[in-house]
Write a protein that binds this ligand. Structure first.
Ligand code: SF4
Length: 475
């Protein structure tokens, strides 16, 4: 909230542009240089509306930008100005999109050599040499992994289970605590079955390449519910071409041997058991309500039940965590030797529930990912012989960092690449999920979503199906 007290530092960056062009890019670039500040890009001339009415205070910094020029020129010039002003260089240069590997992929498709791509990305977007090499390396690996996937005639399936043991304080997904919702889970599965019936009819003759059951936490389902849901998929769809079948088993406090046995029996090939951190203290603080010991037990149990492709997610920048904590997390993970490691950057806003709870407790921890933490994670992945295979940037992440998936040879998550590179249609079932249709290779992409509220989703299941029908019947 703005106040009338005297401000000692710049609160907000206000940028005026004369024409309604490139607002998003300008906003993102400023945000990357000034992650702690509010950024406002206003179309119009200063003074048309008095500053006071626009909620602009004398402490805010005002800039004017002429947007009547080529987009890349404009972004380079803003980048250079802000870089001089702040003394910062951004690893991804002036790129504001969330999928930098897409650029490298497209250039590979155009027939460019690695050297040509490197020169182009560094000169056009001012990307650092290190990140350019990473983007090229990942794009080449992705292309190899996706060989044999039929983009045109194939599709992938996502099923969302929006229940979790409890809600983590930093959660930004659709998630309901299973304790209060267990009475509706069977009916929820019935709705998923209705959606599966639609998929069976609409995608007859198409190749189903990958299945991903995510959430939420799918392992909040009971063993019989897991068998029922996957059994229905087997009955209604042709799974004979499925190359990968993932069930996220993220929260160790939801995993039991019986559930692992059920998933293995039903053909699940890949699971995720997520520590986020190997510090009990941090786990408690972020409301995960499981311990490190539970995580290790769940992981070992999954290995005992024959899972040979297990991913682990970690988050960098968790409250109060230093390089030493991250190193400890990595050291413990190395002992377990997962097949994949996904490294996320935490993007927590000051007004988030986690920040609020910490304030209530009277603690003001730093919540910052750093280059050093990323490097510790990267070296850990290297020690495990895991190679980076997909990467995306979150919008407005403090420090301009990326999330990276690392995997052992032959274990990379195909679905993760498909959704990230947007090269194949993904049909998504369940509350809060988004279906994406790719209209042919390199073609346009359109989406339709299912409502987030689980009860609304169930009450309106026919409408959810109708939305998909309309999307896939479009020419
Ligand atoms: S496990 Fe994931 S989806 Fe569930 S509450 Fe925690 S962050 Fe949200």
């Amino acid at each position: 909230m703005r106040s009338s007290t005297i401000h000692l530092f710049i609160e907000m960056q206000v940028i005026y542009i004369k024409e309604d062009k490139f607002q998003y890019d300008i906003h993102s670039l400023y945000k990357a240089f000034y992650p702690e500040q509010d950024i406002r890009v206003i179309v119009g001339q200063r003074g048309c509306v008095p500053d006071k009415e626009m909620d602009i205070s004398p402490d805010d910094e005002i800039s004017f930008i002429d947007v009547n020029r080529d987009k890349n020129d404009l972004k380079r010039s803003i980048y250079k100005d802000l870089s001089i002003k702040t003394g910062k260089l951004l690893p991804w240069g002036d790129l504001t999109g969330i999928r930098p590997t897409r650029i490298a992929m497209n250039l590979i498709d155009e027939g460019m050599s690695d050297d040509e791509i490197r020169t182009y990305m560094m000169e056009t977007y001012l990307v650092s040499e290190e990140k350019t090499n990473l983007a090229i390396d990942i794009a080449r690996r992705e292309k190899r992994i996706l060989e044999g996937i039929d983009y045109e005639n194939g599709y992938s399936l996502y099923i969302g289970i929006p229940f979790c043991p409890t809600t983590c304080l930093y959660c930004s997904f659709t998630s309901y605590p299973i304790g209060a919702f267990k009475g509706i889970v069977d009916d929820y599965i019935s709705c998923l079955e209705k959606e599966i019936d639609y998929v069976a009819e609409a995608f007859k003759g198409k190749t189903l390449d990958t299945i991903y059951i995510g959430g939420g936490t799918p392992t909040t389902l009971l063993p019989d519910q897991i068998r029922r849901l996957i059994g229905y998929l087997q009955d209604k769809l042709d799974l004979s071409h499925v190359k990968e079948f993932t069930v996220e088993s993220g929260r160790p406090d939801s995993i039991t041997r019986d559930k692992l046995i059920a998933m293995k029996e039903m053909g699940v090939t890949r699971i995720s058991v997520n520590p986020q951190t190997m510090s009990d203290e941090t786990l408690k603080l972020i409301g995960r309500q499981h311990t490190v010991a539970q995580l290790i037990d769940s992981f070992n149990m999954a290995r005992e039940e024959g899972f040979d492709n297990i991913n682990m997610d970690i988050i960098l920048g968790l409250p109060g965590e230093t390089d030493r904590d991250v190193q400890h997390t990595i050291d413990e993970i190395i002992k377990l030797s997962p097949d994949e490691l996904t490294v996320h950057s935490l993007a927590i806003k000051r007004g988030s529930k986690l920040a609020e709870v910490m304030r209530e407790k009277g603690v003001d921890y730093s919540m910052k990912n750093t280059e050093e933490m990323m490097e510790i994670a990267r070296k850990g992945a290297e020690a495990l012989s895991l190679k980076p295979y997909y990467l995306y940037r979150q919008k407005n992440i403090s420090g301009n960092f990326e999330n990276t998936g690392y995997a052992k040879e032959g274990k990379a998550g195909i679905y993760n690449i498909l959704i990230n590179e947007e090269v194949q249609s993904i049909v998504a079932l369940g509350a809060g999920t988004v279906t994406k249709r790719v209209f042919g290779e390199g073609g346009r992409i359109e989406r339709c979503d299912n409502v987030k509220d689980v009860k609304l989703y169930m009450d309106n299941i026919d409408e959810m199906i109708q939305r998909k029908r309309e999307l896939f019947e479009k020419s």
